[in-house]
Design a protein around this ligand. Sequence first.
Ligand code: GLN
Ligand code: ZN
Length: 770
Amino acid sequence: MTVLGHTLGFPRIGLYRELKYALEQYWRNTINQDKLLNIGKMIRIRHWGQQIKAGIDLIPVGDFAWYDHVLTTSMMLNNIPKRYYSSISNQTTNNLDILFNIARGYSKNNVNIIPSEMKKWFNTNYHYIVPEFIQDQEFKLNWTQLFDEIDEASSYYNHPIKPIILGPLTYLWIGKTKEKEFDKLSLLSPLLLVYQEILDILSKKNINWVQIDEPALVLELPNEWKQAYLYAYQKLHHNNFKILLTTYFDSIYHQLDLIEKFSIDGLHVDLVSNQKNNNILLLHEQLPKNWVLSAGIINGKNIWKTNLYYWFKQLYPIITQRKIWIGSSCSLLHSPIDLNLETNLNNNIKTWFSFALQKCSEIKMLCDTLNNRNHNNSLKINILKQHYDSVHNTRLHSDFIHNSKVQERCKNISDVPVSRQTAHHIRFKLQRKRFNLPLYPTTTIGSFPQTQDLRNLRLKFKNNQINKNHYHANLEQYIKQIITEQEKLDLDILVHGEPERNDMVEYFGEHLNGFSFTQHGWIQSYGSRCVKPPIIIGDISRTKPITQKWINYAQSLTKKPIKGILTGPVTILTWSFVREDIKRHTVALQLALSIRDEVMDLEKSGISIIQIDEPAFREGLPLKKSEQKKYLTWAIHAFKITVSSVQNDTQIHTHMCYSEFDEIMHYLLKLDADVISIEASRSDLKLLQFIQKNTEKYLNEIGPGIYDIHSTNKPSISSLVKKLNTFLKYIPKDKLWVNPDCGLKTRSWSETKHSLHNMVAAAKILRSSL
Ligand code: GLN
Ligand code: ZN
């Protein structure tokens, strides 16, 4: 039986982020829709071609999306929130524009429509647009993107195609009920009718396999949902093609008793995301022998080369017993595209990595070696061995990796206090006295608009086109402007605005030892937004202060307190590609100690308020509830030792965004930050209810984001007053802070000034109404 190689999907943004730029031009009306469509097509055709050239047997179709693949699914199923129909349907009938409006909001001619909520895609840093469901809603097949792309792929390449659709149960699971609560499973039957229609159309195309993604299966699901899976995959069975059900982002052993009953033809499993659970033999034994077992052994979420020889040995005994496919663990959406483009990486280090295209070659290499088992294969096996041995050997003694001082410090961690010296209620009084704050203090989350000029300035410095003095003088000009504007706006706690930071994680990575960087390793975060995660290759330490210069400069310009903003250890960890030779919690500890050094230096230099951003705190959470406690324990520990030794009247803030905190809120309280700012504007008020219920326990202060900085809609004063009044129903008035829900770096100055002006005005109205 021949072993086949496939990917679960390819990055869609393009090697040079062509899709990003095209989208942004389209939104600015500088290119028309035809031009945008052409660029999308060019990217798809290139990616299929590259995968075919690398030796991938089945090319993925349906992984491309104009904004997000979940939103594409909503459009395909005609699940368009009603507010878009009623208000703009007479102005916009174009599906693509409706899609963008749902994702980004709509604001024209006095019509303001809020965008759909955005949420993290399982445990990745990719955000999807949350499907909205109302009771008894109907679905119908609405747009044909998938079918068009299948035709497109077949017209360009004479190569087997594997269409990808998001499975109905994961789609329902990740969506949200609107208007009133109801059981989402009541929508399964009508939903399946449309899925059947889709599969019928696919069956008329020249296709042998369809990939249906059901990542929700890796979760610990309620029983009704498990039964629903069984039912759905009976209904979706089709005689004209085979179904490969894909699961990823975690192990699937707990679900095998259920899955083995599905009417499917193959199962894809992620064998890398849960190191404890990667026993392919066990899976082979339990699953029906006539199924394909697709082994996801090439990590789609990290950049390290795969130990192909290890997997060769694992797979070799079973390839004669069943059909095996080799695949990426999840879609390569979460990988950079091509390592060959990286010209700045140290040559030694470069050999350790594998990006999407190299991963395709790894898939091919392993398939070839397994398929050649009957011939004299020792040469191939040797090559397979060397593929990873060289990585292992050079890493073992590399100075880039091992730092005995850091290791020593981590060993002696019990010398570092974990908690602040006093309880929050004591610190609260000291801090209120020190800062003399009004009720409902106003502040921002840290960054101010990053204009094109500012980006150009940083780029010029990076490319050595301007010298350090010139660069620093210019940054100071920005900081001065940012301080002046904040004073004009009459905010209470100011920030320096983060103009020196390209990205909140990359910036800190660049100033710490133990990191490496790519030039082109962009990963889609949401829509046109991408991030370029640094790579943690070795032990982490800080040599000298990182942020002090800028934050002190800002403080020298104003009498109001400047809040110094740092990125927290858990977020740096989560938003980096992390080394796999030591435990994640050890890396977190090394980061915590490095940021702790920065906190102590900032305090010593006179900064009295320090914010540790931890927007990725929840994202790091294991998907299985039963594994979460362990993570939370070390993640909270890392946060606490970062700030534990500051004075009682130094105020520690933390910021988290886009999160559903309800289940883990009681853990977050253990962080014991003096003030926590969170995203609350796009989501419901569940979080506030939690806080209300726990005010006895939770005496610390809180700033639920009062407006959504991701949307271009500008909040009016009256809407903000209303929002604050709602917050006050849940939060005691001396504990409420007023702030946007995230940093302002993606907004324009005019939007920023307008929104912040209204925010401060709303706080003042509330104060005066006392
Ligand atoms: N301080 C950061 C900023 O304002 C926080 C960003 C974030 O939470 N993602 O940009
Ligand atoms: Zn945020």
